[in-house]
Design a protein. Structure first.
Length: 121
């Protein structure tokens, strides 16, 4: 049986600190650290002049933080079901970018979003 949106939101609302750890945040993915590196390196190589990043299901911002280590001036749009996750991501991402950061809480299927130059995740 699939989880409801409310059940998913509640699970992530209650697990912000665990997911905020870059080294162990995605423990279900054994090679999470390698995946973060490969995905962000590929994105940087595909769009080296990117100015915007849209992170859907951003959690605590791990992918965005890794991308900012490669392209530090990105304007970041963060989307997640969980407001506590977004709060943590906003705190962490704002400290690492010289660009702007905006957040949107909710189901991506129900949120109107503006244009972005690069989509990650």
């Amino acid at each position: 049986m699939k989880s409801t949106i409310a059940e998913i939101r509640e699970r992530f609302d209650n697990d912000v600190e665990r997911f905020a750890n870059l080294e162990t945040g995605q423990q279900s993915t054994i090679d999470a650290t390698i995946s973060l590196e490969l995905i962000t390196e590929a994105a940087k190589n595909i769009a080296p002049g990117a100015t915007h990043l849209l992170d859907i299901g951003c959690g605590a911002g791990n992918y965005t933080l890794k991308m900012l280590s490669k392209l530090p001036a990105l304007h970041c749009t963060l989307v997640d079901l969980s407001q506590p996750m977004l709060d943590k991501a906003l705190e962490r991402v704002s400290a690492q970018t010289t660009g702007s950061v905006e957040t949107h809480q909710g189901d991506i299927r129900e949120l109107p979003l503006l244009k972005t130059a690069m989509i990650l995740y």
